[in-house]
Design a protein. Structure first.
Length: 202
């Protein structure tokens, strides 16, 4: 093989390697662009997720606090919901803030009275129903047994039924509830009375 032929072969190889290098550079550039795009999408999704969490948190807190104000008639209590990540998953912590002067003292919901917890449990059930796409039907079985009806100024049980009825009418929720409180039938559109027979069966 003479010198010219060798030179031509080397020149051809140089062009092949150069073309391969250009192709590899273009592939790397495309990969970098895809990675950057993926990172931007992840960033946007993260912001959307944060906004969704804030919206859910705000709506949940507002309905809970409306329930406390309308039922207990006490603005000294404030319900708070914190959504915090633990082990890569969102966790929910529930608190009740009690006003003392110009400030609030925070305590976990478990440390609150049964009446307050019952009110918030009812409000939570209604709130979750409102925010879901499920059929607007709720079933309460003695959900209000811990709510007092003997307060001199405020009958919390009556307040609870008034608030529940108002919310259910507003959001077109059908409520079916079981109770042993005779006077609560006045809040129902339809009632079914179940009486015990002499042998003890219903």
């Amino acid at each position: 093989m003479d010198v010219i032929e060798r030179f031509n072969n080397l020149w051809t190889m140089r062009h092949i390697l150069q073309n391969d290098l250009i192709k590899e550079t273009e592939i790397q550039k495309e990969l970098i662009e895809e990675i950057e795009l993926t990172e931007k999408v992840q960033e946007v999704l993260g912001l959307v997720r944060e906004q969704c969490v804030l919206l859910v948190q705000d709506k949940f807190e507002r309905i809970q606090n409306l329930a406390l104000q309308d039922i207990i008639n006490d603005r000294e209590y404030k319900f708070c919901l914190d959504i915090v990540p633990r082990r890569g998953k969102p966790n929910v912590d529930l608190f009740i803030d009690k006003r003392y002067g110009d400030s609030y003292l925070r305590a976990k919901l478990n440390n609150s009275g049964d009446g307050v917890k019952s009110v918030l449990r009812i409000a939570s059930t209604i709130c979750l129903n409102i925010m879901s796409n499920r059929r607007k039907v709720l079933f309460f079985d003695e959900e209000m047994t811990a709510i007092s009806k003997d307060h001199q100024e405020n009958n919390y049980l009556v307040n609870s039924m008034n608030w529940i009825k108002k919310i259910c009418n507003e959001f077109e929720i059908q409520l079916i509830f079981i109770t042993h409180e005779e006077f609560l039938k006045d809040f129902a559109d339809q009632t079914i009375v179940v009486k015990a027979l002499e042998n003890g069966s219903a």
